[in-house]
Design a protein around this ligand. Sequence first.
Ligand SMILES: Nc1ncnc2c1ncn2[C@@H]1O[C@H](COP(=O)(O)OP(=O)(O)OP(=O)(O)O)[C@@H](O)[C@H]1O
Length: 317
Amino acid sequence: MNGAIHVENAVKTFKGDIKAVRGVSFDIAEGEFFAFLGPNGAGKSTTVQLLTTLLKPTSGKLEVAGYDVSKDPEKVRLSIGVALQETGIDPDLKGRELLEFQARLFGFTKKEAKKRADELLELVGLTEDADRLSGKYSGGMRRRLDLAMTLVHQPKILFLDEPTTGLDPANRKAIWREIKRLNKEEGTTIFLTTQYLEEADQLADRISIINKGQIVATGTPAELKRTLGLDAVVLQFDEEEDAVKAQQAVASPDYQTERVKNDITILTENGTSILADVIRKLDEQNLHPAQLNVKPPSLDDVFIQVTNEQKEGDSIE
Ligand SMILES: Nc1ncnc2c1ncn2[C@@H]1O[C@H](COP(=O)(O)OP(=O)(O)OP(=O)(O)O)[C@@H](O)[C@H]1O
């Protein structure tokens, strides 16, 4: 058993010819932290469900931990931990009971199950609340319990489908710390889907962006920002009239300028390299911005660019 994932031309078509996943291919190495980003309805959850054997692919080859999801679904299930968007926690059981029950399902003896439950409660910071009914837990506590449940059998690969949606910043950071630790210290391969770009930026070794069932960009967060994002040079004027004149003064075929009221934004590959020229042009017209900033691209810019502009079938690798 290994902790890698191999996907080749995966297709999932639902009844009514709904093409949720349209020929997706990617490889995830053992121990890698991989994030899958995409707007609503892009095909993230469907891909997770294919990889976790909850759905059957229409076509394509999907291997998880060295096992084919169609031929060896049982072996795949034993190799993975899955935390889906909806937690399936029974509200009438206590946190500790749920973990012990889960451990028994995986073949632990009563004594082993108790020990494992204690370890996991400690790990996710729920020791003090272990004997409360899980139905009375807060959203953040339920997510932590759900994460602990997925870890009972020490899976090599962890699938986390939007694990922090709806959590407050403190709880979100607590989950981040835990999954980061699992990845770094235990070498667990992580497949994370998220709508929070900051989450992917902070945690992932590599990101794929999916849009309309197809992967439109793949790379490390830094690579994506470097190759797809543009610097923004922002000039702010006290008077709108000056901003109008400034936009004409700095106009160039080399870059794009936009004006919103008193602010001009210049989008360019390398903001600092055009600064001297921009200031000289403004000086010649006796125009002086109140503020001038160069902003490097963010993952948000990349995301918006590839999900809005990427034509179907194009792929940036
Ligand atoms: N069981 C199903 N039957 C029919 N269509 C489905 C089914 N599940 C998903 N779809 C459709 O497949 C497409 C992809 O959905 P999916 O849930 O994979 O997107 P997602 O990227 O996870 O979105 P979100 O961020 O909103 O969770 C959508 O058009 C969705 O309506």
